[in-house]
Every structure is written in structure tokens, then in C-alpha cells.
Design a protein around this ligand. Sequence first.
Ligand SMILES: [Mn+2]
Length: 345
Amino acid sequence: MSSYQSTSDLPSIAGRLRAASHIAVVSHAKPDGDAAGSVLALTRTLRSMGKRVDGIFTGSVDPNILALAAPGEIQFAPATQPDPAIDLVVLVDTGAWSQVEPLDGWLKSMAGKVVGLDHHARGDEIASDRVVDCSMASATQLVVRLVDELGVPLVPAGGSAKFSIAEALFVGLATDTGWFRFQSADTAVFALASRLLAHGVDKMSLYQLLDENGRPVRLAAMARALSSLTFHLGGRATVMALSHADFAQTGANSDDVGGLVNVPLAIGSVAMSAVLTETQLGITKVSFRSKPSPSGAPTVNVSDFAAQFGGGGHAQAAGAKLNLPIADARRTVELAIDSLSGVHS
Ligand SMILES: [Mn+2]
């Protein structure tokens, strides 16, 4: 995971795309808004150039995310194996082997034929030619530069924004900035958002699709999570957990509890939140969020914090996977939080 940085530039990557004939576009497993938006935007761009393109989602996909794709637009791995005729792969919004598991064997076999666009601080040597820019709030900010380099319009002439490149880019930009709330939502983010809205993107219907379209079991799972909440570091950090039994008894799945980790940050004193979920018995995923402390104490870098568990992400939003049952995972994470220094005001 060392020296993960750009090895190429956007004009060179554009050149490789122009020269390829059958291109696969892939991202991390269980695509979020940025991964899905980036894959869809590039798939649409390259298809409009007349390329044969396989846009591929890996792992389970949130039905609301899936609704961003037109019917038949996307393939699914591992259900469908990548076509042997593919001569170039674009990997977006990740560069880490741990995040591309369903495709890792195939990606290894494609060594030298993978180009990457990423905005994460850590990654591996999957894409030999890649552009990595951690200053970007969303991978779609790199994708739009590539689209512009290729000279493709964000909405087809005379067409609507629904299922357009512009709509896909907006989804990534909005979701990776917490709908433009995070520190990362800077002038460049708002400038791109403005450009996309000018292309007719319907932000309210996208917000409702992605954030106001939950199932009632979401509330049952949230109630259990909140009743499991413990405070740490004198009230500056919180931990919640949902066990395999909690999921089974409420009928909720991991899609139903998206965003739960943000709830404790509504409390003024809370600068860091962790949520552990055990959707698969004996395997616990943990999400971390942090926010600037009102007292002026340094903001916890949860990407660095998650690294001790083999995870990663961004400074204020990160995650990890622990091969432990929920109770053991919770103890491990709580110990690590309790030993954090600099979080006390
Ligand atoms: Mn992203």
C-alpha cells in the first residue's frame, strides 16, 4: 500500500481509451454513489464514442443505486464473467485489491491493460497507468476531466439529463460530499455541481431516490443500533453495533442501515462515530466518520485509524473489515478508540 500515486495523466489515459476497442469499466465491490456514478458516466462516454463497453458492478448492489442504471446497461460480477475480448479495463474510485475481490483474479490476468482514476490515499499496483488525486472530493471530478478530454458532451444534443453522463457524475459528486456538506465540498465541487445542474440534472429526484427511499425495517434496525450505543473518550466518540441476530430479527440488510454512522455526529460533543455490522456471521464490517471538533482539537483522521484494521478511505469517512464475531470486533475497536490521543478537548 506504499507510494500510491499518479503514474500517468489524463491525456495519456484518453489516448489509451481511444486506441482500445472493447473496454470494461469497473469499480469497487458493493458500489456506492461515487463508484456507480463513475462507472456509469464512463460507460456512457465510451459508448457514445462507438466503443464496445462493458460497465460492470461487483458484489451486492443497493437497489436504489441500481435504479441509476438504465435497464440492461450494466453487467454484474461474479454472476457474469468478463468477456475475453476485452482489451482495456478502466478502474475507478478504488485502487485496492481488497476492494475488488470478485474480479481480482481477472484483473491480475489483465496486468498492463488496466488504467485507473482514483481519489483515495491508499491503493495497490492494479492499474499500471493511473491518475490519483486525493484533493478530489469525488472520483467523478477526475472522470469529468477525462470526459472533457475525450470531447464527449455531458448530455446528448437535444436529449434529457435522465440516464446521462451529467446525471451519473452528479450522483458521485453529491454522495461523496454528503450532499455538499463535507469539508471536501469546495469551490471546485460547487462549480461542477452548477455545471451539471445547468445540464438539467434533477437533484431533488436523485436525493429522494438515494436518501428518502428506505424501507420501514430501517427504523427497527436503527432503534437497535441506538440502544447499543456507548460513549468513549469522555463523550467525544461513539460506538454502535448491529449483530447478525439484529439483522435476522428485524429483516434488515446492510442497505437498510446506510448513513447510520452519521447519526451520532448530530451530537455537539461527538467528533468520531463507529458502527459495526455483522451481516455475515463471524465477519464484522466497521464504518468510521469524524468531524471537526468544536473545541479545536484535531479532527480524527479515520482513514489512518482504519488502517490498523487493514481498512482505509478518506480522512473523515473510512471503513474496515474484521474477520471477527461482532462482540470481539467491538472490543477490538473500542480498545483502539479508547487509546486514541488528542481527541480529548
Ligand atoms: Mn469516491
